[in-house]
Design a protein around this ligand. Structure first.
Ligand code: PMV
Length: 327
């Protein structure tokens, strides 16, 4: 069979996915809404062959550890069994941003992998089915098979837990200035965090208030109300990290640089530059802003001694198949 290559981008959630109703199937407790990020990319090439002696995987130039290999091959096996093939696979994947630092490399990785394997095995799954499938590898990968502003309907089973685009990328030009404060790998992954989410005493409050939050985000996106959206997104990030702080085991992800960026974003707002921060399970910070403030916000972030570099990202269009293969 021939090689297939897909590029997928990670996203940044405005209302986060946190905690599962079903850990094995990654069926989340709540819906989530995100923006696809075009400056960050994972490119993945796959090839199936009966001549390969075994499955193989290379990520960012190295053979990953056994846990990553197993998780990846579990995803391939789901698709292989659908297609009823036993051929071995070769996978090579590369990202242009640091993995395991809170920038959702597993989301873009599992989205690209699922799309590439679907094509290589001629499964012809619909976008909805592909989003459900990608979800099995990494929850938020479910959203990354789509572009623009995306909603993941939590659902109650494999088939009805899927994502769709709420608004296309050209609906609203927003920037995400991804502020890298460290490239060191985080100690605890999101999957473990989802398992312990319910142990925070604030988690039930989160679930009670999340429907209203989702409704508001949809309204603010429709109206393009950046102030209302930004305030909500920043508060959501802080509420989300409060769950992390108070879970058992407690998760404290922030570095000094994380605080540095958060404080600077608030200082910028006091100076009339509209920007808002949000973080995932990690320490690197996403800073949302409008085109009119882009240069100044970027300059202020780049001046911070604890910021290594800033990746400028806009609303992405979603995954793309390319002819340029990695092997
Ligand atoms: O998809 P996972 O298991 O990597 O979890 C993603 C968790 C958050 O990034 C914190 C939230 C989200 O919705 O992306």
């Amino acid at each position: 069979m021939s090689k297939v290559t897909f590029i997928a981008s990670p996203d940044i959630a405005f209302v986060k996915y946190w905690g599962n109703k079903d850990d094995a199937l990654r069926i989340p407790e709540n819906d989530s809404i995100s923006m696809s990020l075009n400056g960050l990319e994972t490119i993945t090439t796959v090839e199936f062959s009966s001549n390969f002696a075994q499955d193989s995987l290379m990520i960012d130039g190295v053979v990953p550890d056994l846990a990553v290999l197993q998780r990846t091959l579990n995803q391939v096996d789901l698709l292989r069994s659908l297609a009823q093939v036993t051929d071995r696979i070769k996978i090579v994947s590369q990202s242009n941003f640091p993995p395991s630092t809170g920038l959702s490399s597993s989301a873009s990785g599992f989205a690209a992998l699922t799309l590439a394997v679907n094509k290589a095995l001629r499964l012809n799954l619909t976008t909805k089915q592909l989003s459900s499938m990608a979800r099995r590898g990494s929850g938020s990968a479910c959203r990354c098979v789509n572009g623009g502003f995306v909603i993941w309907h939590s659902g109650s089973n494999h088939a009805n837990s899927y994502s769709e685009t709420l608004f296309p990328s050209n609906h609203w030009l927003l920037y995400d200035l991804v502020s890298i404060v460290s490239e060191s790998k985080k100690e605890v992954g999101s999957s473990e965090g989802h398992y312990s989410a319910h142990s925070s005493k604030f988690y039930p409050i989160r679930l009670l208030t999340i429907a209203e939050k989702l409704k508001q985000v949809r309204q603010y996106l429709a109206k393009k109300d950046f102030t209302a959206l930004g305030e909500l997104v920043e508060m959501e990030a802080l509420e989300f990290h409060s769950i992390l702080f108070t879970s058992r085991p407690s998760l404290l992800m922030w570095h000094a640089g994380t605080m540095n960026v958060m404080q600077e974003v608030r200082a910028m707002r006091r100076d009339g530059l509209e920007a808002y921060f949000t973080m995932n399970t990690g320490f690197n910070v996403h800073v949302l802003t409008l085109p009119v403030y882009l240069d100044k916000v970027r300059g202020r972030l780049e001046q911070l001694s604890l910021v290594d570099r800033v990746i400028v990202s806009q609303v992405g269009d979603g995954p793309l198949e390319v002819e340029k293969h990695l092997f």
